[in-house]
Design a protein around this ligand. Structure first.
Ligand SMILES: Cc1ncc(COP(=O)(O)O)c(C=O)c1O
Length: 420
């Protein structure tokens, strides 16, 4: 943890105008405090444009998709499939049929673990993953390994929270059937250079899944450029409603995979003895999809593209570059994760010595500052860091430098309360 921070970057977003789109950000807490929402890695707030897109469906043409031949159903179907096309363009997917709507990133990883994993991972195969993974991109593989007799190798990190690339290369050299890796860490904010890593993994013959739950909302993500085989993310972390999520997969793999869930919509023809499957992507969308949520995701994509992902990333790094030195200069504060802005996104994990993170978050709450305290679904990572929990502040496009100051002031309050 020695590298120096580069000069604080200058914010480029018109945050005041952006904030006006988010009604919830102007609410006060019950005790009259202005809300400082710094829990965006857990979930994001939603702009009017997303709420309006969803309200339009309900108020103007709601009907179940794909089934009706009447106007309402056709309009809703067109909006749903239009959202798929937007998402496909957003991540530069070669074809919209490679975009499968699921409820969230967790369901996305499970879809791949069942529909690809159960046919491709065998006893003795090796699955490589990392200590940075969210439980959602670890437990499904752990369970698959337990079921099939495969083994799991967990790549570690250096003192600054960056992936141990030498260990990863060594693991890949031993022969890996699958690499399941996060793009950016929800616990430390580390960015994994997935393009380089995927090239190494593919050269060694591995299939690669990238967990992009914390990157697609904040950085330009291009699946063709990354070169992975599967990529998953959740809508609710990127201005869209909970219930919207995506698996992107290469058509050549998806076509060969068995379905994940069985039932309506995912079939082509059902007879008493046998059933054939629908085409992509519907083979993987059993039952009535959360179509209004997916339409909300399409509107969120429009919103994010309107602001620009490069600009959002720069803004979040500017906030991080402002907050980190203040945290590092605060007595008794331990900061985790890369100090070099080039290696990170706007997720800042820290502890105040002598105060449990849950107490920190509770005192912050009394000041209107919303942060997350706990293991962040990163228990292997917490073990590696030698702590049970951290306090985590995470930024998005609507956060401000004043909110960073509010967090620093709340640390002062916590230390006063605990007489530290
Ligand atoms: C890196 C990462 N992967 C996966 C997930 C799971 O997302 P969800 O709970 O929306 O399925 C999260 C959620 O925090 C995450 O941060």
């Amino acid at each position: 943890m020695t590298s120096m921070l580069p000069r604080t970057e200058v914010a480029t977003l018109d945050v005041r105008t952006i904030r006006a789109d988010f009604p919830v950000l102007s609410r006060k807490t019950a005790s009259g405090k202005t809300v400082v929402y710094l829990d965006n890695a857990a979930t994001s707030q939603k702009p009017r444009q997303v709420l309006d897109a969803m309200r339009t469906v309900y108020e103007e043409h709601n009907a179940n998709i794909h089934r009706g031949v009447y106007e309402f159903s056709e309009r809703t179907t067109a909006a749903f499939e239009g959202a798929r096309e937007r998402v496909a363009r957003f991540i530069n997917a070669p074809e919209p049929r490679e975009v499968i709507f699921v409820r969230n990133a967790t369901e996305g990883v499970n879809l791949v673990a069942y529909a690809w994993g159960r046919d491709n991972i065998k006893s003795g195969d090796r699955i490589v993953t990392s200590v940075l993974e969210h439980h959602s991109n670890f437990v499904p593989w752990q369970q698959l390994a337990a079921e099939t007799g495969a083994t799991i190798a967990v790549v570690g990190i250096d003192e600054d929270g960056r992936l141990d690339r030498d260990q990863l290369r060594a693991e890949l050299r031993k022969g890996a059937k699958l690499l399941a890796l996060t793009h950016t860490s929800n616990g430390l904010g580390t960015i994994n250079p997935v393009r380089e890593i995927v090239a190494e993994a593919k050269a060694s013959g591995a299939t690669v899944l990238v967990d992009a739950a914390q990157s697609v909302p904040h950085l330009p993500v291009d699946v063709a450029d990354i070169g992975c085989d599967f990529l998953v993310f959740s809508g609710h972390k990127m201005l869209a409603p909970p219930g919207s999520g995506v698996v992107w997969g290469r058509a050549s793999l998806l076509l060969k995979m068995r379905p994940f869930l069985y039932g309506g919509d995912m079939i082509s023809r059902v007879a008493i003895d046998t059933t054939t499957w629908n085409e992509l992507p519907w083979k993987f969308e059993a039952g009535t999809s959360a179509y209004v949520d997916a339409i909300g995701l399409g509107a969120a994509v429009d919103y994010l593209q309107g602001v620009g992902l490069e600009a959002i990333h720069r803004h979040e790094l500017a906030l991080t570059g402002y907050l980190l030195p203040k945290l590092l200069a605060t007595d008794g504060v331990v900061v985790y994760g890369p100090k070099d802005l080039a290696d990170r996104v706007g997720v800042v994990s820290f502890n105040i010595e002598g105060i449990h993170p849950h107490d920190v978050a509770t005192i912050f709450d009394s000041e209107g500052v919303c942060v997350r305290a706990g293991h962040h679904c990163n228990q292997p990572l917490m073990n590696r860091l030698g702590t049970a929990a951290t306090t985590r502040a995470s930024f998005y496009l609507y956060n401000t430098f004043e909110e960073c100051d509010a967090l620093i002031a709340a640390i002062g309050t916590a230390k006063r309360v605990f007489k530290i």
